[in-house]
Each structure stands twice: as structure tokens, then as C-alpha cells.
Design a protein around this ligand. Structure first.
Ligand SMILES: C=CCn1c(=O)c2[nH]c(Cc3ccc(NC(C)=O)cc3)nc2n(CCCC)c1=O
Ligand SMILES: [Mn+2]
Length: 632
């Protein structure tokens, strides 16, 4: 850890407190770092989290008693709770998220940057004394199975017990991590505060936060994370986006591995053969739904290793890339989740789940838009705590659940978890899928020609701005390279370069995963979706497996300027013939060269911002694509 990198606090004696749990006796470096934070933050108490069930129950009871966590109906949803945030603290705050590398160019044009010394001054002002009247919880946590060679350890100090409860679900947290850390072990130092010191006797609010001074700051060279003023998910559970993506992507660049915003799923064919697939999608593409897919194709099985983050490293013994899900839980978007769209998610959250900003029924259960076709009967309390009456249907109380409302639940209790979900050695990745949300132009699925072409496709992942989001520039592309736009911890041009460097790092490049692109969202002239999606996406997964198994089989694909596209006869459409009849499949698999030439133009425009940091190999891939499109 870069304990020394934290502020040089004025030498305050560490307040001697009746800490509820005992501080570790060894781990000198960790103790020193905690002392330095306590001297800066000036908490009234320090509590070293053990991670035990007893400790968790005590914290939950305390939060229930305060009204921060509302117990749900014990019969309908046992040991589950609802928490409402401050309406101003409902999502990641991208505008106040910073990558403070030594020099601005290393953060790159897609990240906010402030001079690190300037930022340290700002943080010093915000953090000094901010935990007065509160308890500083010390959370040792492992991202990845404890002791796994692919895992990384962090230690977070926070003044939010709600954060502790959620970190216990989302990470491997507590004393057992310290045993692995040992005396000299490296850990990522994470400092978090809601930014609301309490005066003696002052009553705490249900959701303390400090929106005016909210900031989430990363110092990549020293691998530090500082988050102030927000209690919300991605801003406060620092193992997730901050460590597992922004800091880990910098570590991966330096170590020759990959830290990606990807789901990992296990796919078993009717023949009983098992493949592991990773996939990156921009938001609103249903990444969690794919991770837990219930295939409609008979005999096919999908099991989930992870739905959000993927750490892949070269396996020297076996060759190729092996992946772990560094997380131990799901922090899923609730709206749109139903027994139709994701039955496995609905079964996972039947108990021991923490819900944030969903609606509360008069039965004491949760509800959100899309869970059922219609609002449930009776009175429902919306995410702001206002009571909505289905007979009056007052519009300005909608939506009842916030669009970014979440469920926090342990992966352990998912009925579709893969047997290797927590295998410390990771799982071998056979295919990487990139996806976009495109109503036009992009076919249902295609395979890229080789790794470098695959990197170009990853770099040009995009979603059309949906009517809802952007009124005017409909059909405009919103690029989200590798779905990492808010999460790459360094210059995006260099990030592309790192992906392009992988073939030189492995002994046998043919063992690298094959790269595909999918698009579930094509619409016809009437504006209806052409592809049934959901469980029927298993037909695309089957084609991908067929391609992995029989790369020479010419009946499976046609070669096009953008890559290998299924021959229509190569897609197993058993049972959905009616839904895709009348030329729909031909449209879904068609490659329109002139339409793709405008894709090339848009990509060139997008890449201008990376200047000389854009790898030449990527420019070459784009030029080759353009040449192929012009020739045909
Ligand atoms: C594994 C599933 C992936 N997937 C999809 O494959 C998918 N496809 C669509 C578009 C669509 C919507 C409705 C229907 N059908 C009916 C009956 O409404 C079909 C396709 N929406 C989809 N969604 C939901 C996106 C918002 C998060 C989705 O998650
Ligand atoms: Mn995500």
C-alpha cells in the first residue's frame, strides 16, 4: 500500500477508543495507515470489522433501529431490507469522479483530471475531522477468492455502517483477509466518508451525505482511492468500480493482464461440453440478464460466474486467459428485472437481499417498474417515501422505483451460479463478446477476423441515443469503448494499446479467446424489435460455440467486410420460425457496406480525441475495414 501517500497529517495522538473489535496485533504497515487516517478523520470510535455474522446482525439491527434499513415482510422476503437514499445521492457521480495521475495526458481525454497536489489539498480540507462524532469502520476486503493468485486486497475506512453491510455482501470482507495480507502484504488504501461530522448530541440523518463537496478520486501511480460526500453504491463500495476497474486496470496494464467491465458465464452444450464466455455491453443492454440466461434451446445451460467485472490473466501453464469475478455478489439494477426477463435473478433475491430506492408495497414487499405488467393493488410507497394510491394514479409520483434502484445480494445464493464461480485459479475464457444497443446497421452477431480486429470492434462499442435520453440527436452514436468509458483508470488510447499488446505477451496467440460482437436491438420500419432476445439469445451462443468447434466449416458463416456472419441456415431457429419469418433473419444478418462506411467515419471522428496516443495498429485496422467495405 502507499500508506505514505496519504496526507502527512498533523501529529494527532490516535484517539484511544473502546473499539468494539480488537485491532490486529501484527500488520504493522496496515496499523500505521489506519492511524494516519484516524489522525486525519478524527473519528470518535474505531471499529475493526471482523466480518462475522454476529457483527453483521448487530450492525443491521442498529440500522433498522435508526430507520435506515426497513425490514421487509419476513414471510414474503426473509431477512431482506429496503433503504432510501437522499434523492440527490442516487447514482455514480461521473462529473465529480477524477483520475489524478501525475500528468494530465496519462488520465486521457475521457477522464476528469485535476493536478494531484491541488486535489490532495482539496481532499485535506474535506476529510480533516469529517468523522467527528462517528465511528470509523476498518474493512479489510479481498477482491477475488481469498488467497487466489488473481485476487487483490483492499482496506477501506468508512463512517457508513450501511457501506459495511453492503461490502460484506459484495466482497470477501473481514479478519480472514488479514491472514492472507500478512505483515508486508500490499493493499489498496480506500478512504470513504459521507462527509457529515456530527456535533455532540446531534441527531444523524437517515442518509447523511455532502453533495456539494462530493468527489471520487483515484491516484493511479500510488493506487489510492479517496471518496467523499456520497453514500451511494459505485461511489462508496470502493472495491467495485474504483478498485476493481479504475485502479485494477492500471495494475493490469503494468502487470500484463486485463481488468474489464465484463460478465463471465459458463455455457454447457447438449453434448456436455463446457465453455466460459466473457461479455461487455454498454448500459441498458441487459448484461445481468445475459449472465444468468435461461436458454430456450433445449439441452443448453448457462451458469453465472459474474455479472459486472472480469479480471483475466495469462495462464502460463495452460496458455490463454483465465478469469475470476473479483466480486462476491450482485449489485443489480432492479427495474426491468422480472420472472420473464431474468427468472434466475428473481430467485436469487427471494431472501437475504438489500434493496435501495425501490418501491414498497402495502404487504411490506418490494416492487419496481417492469417487475409485473401493472402496478400492484393498494397503496405503494415510492422511492422517495411518498404514498401512491393505484386508484388515484398521481403521475408525478412515478416512477415508483428509481430507474437506478438496486438489489445487493450474495452470488452464493444464485440458483444458476457456476460451480467454478469462486475457483481461485479462474476459468478459461474461450470467447469474448462485445455488444451494443443498435436499432439499425449492426447485424445480430458477427465474429471478428482476428485479435486486432476484435480490439477495433471493442473500441467502437456504441449505443444509439434512445429517444428517451436524447430528443434531438436520435440515431446519434454514443461510443462506450469496451463499456469502459467511465471506468478506464488511464489514457483510453493507451488502454487500446494494452489490449493490442496481448498477442505478444502469450506463448501461443491461437489460445487467446475469439472475439465476437452481438446486437439484440434491431428494429423494423414499424419500430418493433426484430429479434426476440432474452432466452432466444442462446441461439447466438450456440452459433458461437459452433464457430469455436468448427472454424473450417464453411456452412456456418459467410465472410463479409466486417467479419464472419452466420449463414442464415447456421442459426438454430427451432421454435421461433414464426417470429423471424418473412425475411427478418436475412435483415438481421445483412451487412450494408455503405451504412458501415458511415460507421467507419463516425469511428474516425471519435478517435480524433486520442491524438497521438491512438495506437497505429488501431488506425490500420480501421483503414483495412474501410478498404474491405469499398472493395466489395
Ligand atoms: C439476455 C437478455 C438480453 N436482453 C435482450 O436480448 C433484449 N431484447 C430486447 C428488445 C425486446 C423487448 C421485448 C421483446 N418481446 C416482448 C414480447 O416484449 C423482445 C425484444 N430487450 C432486451 N433486454 C432488456 C434490455 C434492457 C435492460 C435484454 O436484457
Ligand atoms: Mn457495471
Amino acid at each position: 500500500a502507499s500508506a505514505s501517500a496519504s496526507f502527512q497529517p498533523a501529529e494527532h495522538p490516535l484517539h484511544h477508543h473502546d473499539s468494539h473489535s480488537t485491532a490486529p496485533t501484527t500488520h504493522a504497515k496496515l496499523i500505521e495507515w489506519v492511524r494516519a487516517q484516524a489522525a486525519l478523520l478524527e473519528p470518535d470510535h474505531i471499529h475493526w470489522c471482523s466480518g462475522t455474522q454476529e457483527e453483521n446482525e448487530a450492525m443491521v439491527q442498529d440500522l433498522v433501529q435508526k430507520g435506515v434499513m426497513i425490514p421487509l415482510n419476513e414471510k414474503l422476503r426473509p431477512r431482506s431490507f429496503l433503504t432510501r437514499t437522499d434523492p440527490a445521492d442516487v447514482a455514480r457521480s461521473e462529473g465529480s469522479t477524477y483520475i489524478c495521475s501525475q500528468n494530465k495526458e496519462d488520465a486521457g481525454p475521457t477522464n476528469n483530471w485535476i493536478d494531484p497536489q491541488e486535489m490532495r489539498g482539496q481532499l485535506e480540507k474535506s476529510f480533516r475531522g469529517c468523522m467527528r462524532g462517528r465511528t470509523m469502520y476498518v474493512i479489510p476486503f479481498s477482491m477475488g477468492p481469498i488467497g487466489s493468485p488473481l485476487a487483490r486486497i483492499g482496506v477501506q475506512v468508512t463512517d457508513s455502517p450501511f457501506v459495511v453491510v453492503n461490502m460484506r455482501i459484495m466482497t470477501r470482507m473481514g479478519e480472514k483477509v488479514l491472514d492472507v495480507l500478512g505483515d508486508e502484504g500490499e493493499f489498496v488504501p480506500c478512504v470513504h466518508s459521507v462527509g457529515r461530522p456530527l456535533a455532540a448530541g446531534e441527531k444523524d440523518s437517515l442518509w447523511p451525505c455532502n453533495i456539494a463537496e462530493r468527489k471520487v478520486v483515484h491516484f493511479p501511480e500510488t493506487r489510492e482511492i479517496w471518496s467523499f460526500g456520497s453514500g451511494y453504491g459505485g461511489n462508496s463500495l470502493l472495491g467495485k468500480k474504483c478498485l476493481a476497474l479504475r485502479i485494477a486496470s492500471v495494475m493490469a496494464r503494468d502487470e500484463g493482464s486485463l481488468a474489464e467491465h465484463m460478465l463471465i458465464l459458463g455455457l454447457t452444450s447438449p453434448a456436455g461440453k463446457k465453455y466460459y464466455v466473457a461479455a461487455a455491453f454498454p448500459s441498458a443492454c441487459g448484461k445481468t440478464n445475459l449472465a444468468m440466461l435461461q436458454p430456450t434451446l433445449p439441452g443448453w445451460k448457462v451458469e453465472v460466474v459474474g455479472d459486472d467485472i472480469n479480471w483475466m490473466a495469462i495462464n502460463r501453464k495452460e496458455g490463454g486467459l483465465y478469469a475470476i469475478n473479483p466480486e462476491a455478489g450482485f449489485f443489480g439494477v432492479a427495474p426491468g428485472t422480472s420472472s420473464k426477463t431474468n427468472p434466475n435473478a428473481m430467485r436469487t433475491i427471494e431472501h437475504d437481499t438489500v434493496f435501495t430506492n425501490v418501491a414498497l408495497t402495502d404487504q411490506g414487499d418490494v416492487w419496481w417498474e417492469g417487475m409485473t405488467k401493472h402496478h400492484p393493488e393498494g397503496k405503494i410507497t415510492n422511492w422517495k417515501g411518498q404514498v401512491w394510491d393505484s386508484t388515484k394514479s398521481d403521475k408525478n409520483m412515478l416512477p415508483l422505483a428509481h430507474p437506478n434502484s438496486r438489489f445487493t445480494v450474495s452470488l452464493e445464493q444464485c440458483p444458476a451460479k457456476d460451480p467454478a464461480w469462486d475457483d481461485p485459479n479462474g476459468v478459461p475464457i474461450s470467447a469474448i463478446i462485445f455488444g451494443g444497443r443498435r436499432e439499425t446497421t449492426v447485424p445480430l452477431v458477427f465474429e471478428t477476423k482476428d485479435w486486432n480486429h476484435g480490439v477495433l470492434v471493442g473500441a467502437t462499442v456504441a449505443s444509439e441515443k434512445t429517444a428517451a435520453a436524447e430528443g434531438s440527436d436520435l440515431g446519434q452514436l454514443r461510443f462506450d469503448p469496451f463499456a469502459m468509458l467511465p471506468f478506464a483508470g488511464y489514457n483510453m488510447g493507451d488502454y487500446f494499446g494494452h489490449w493490442l499488446s496481448m498477442p505478444e505477451r502469450v506463448a501461443d496467440p491461437s489460445k487467446l479467446p475469439r472475439i465476437f460482437h452481438v446486437n439484440w436491438f434491431r428494429k423494423d420500419e414499424q419500430g418493433s424489435f426484430m429479434w426476440p432476445g432474452f432466452g432466444d439469445n442462446s441461439r447466438v451462443l450456440k452459433w458461437i460455440v459452433d464457430r469455436l468447434e468448427n472454424p473450417e466449416d464453411k456452412s456456418l458463416y459467410k465472410s463479409t467486410p466486417i467479419g464472419y456472419v452466420p449463414k442464415e441456415t447456421a442459426l438454430d431457429l427451432t421454435g421461433i420460425e414464426d417470429q423471424v419469418k418473412g425475411g427478418v433473419i436475412q435483415k438481421l444478418l445483412e451487412v450494408n457496406n455503405s451504412a458501415y462506411l458511415s460507421e467507419v467515419t463516425k469511428a474516425r471522428e471519435y478517435f480524433v480525441q486520442f491524438g497521438r496516443r491512438l495506437p497505429n495498429k488501431l488506425t490500420k485496422e480501421l483503414n483495412d475495414l474501410e478498404e474491405r467495405l469499398r472493395k466489395n
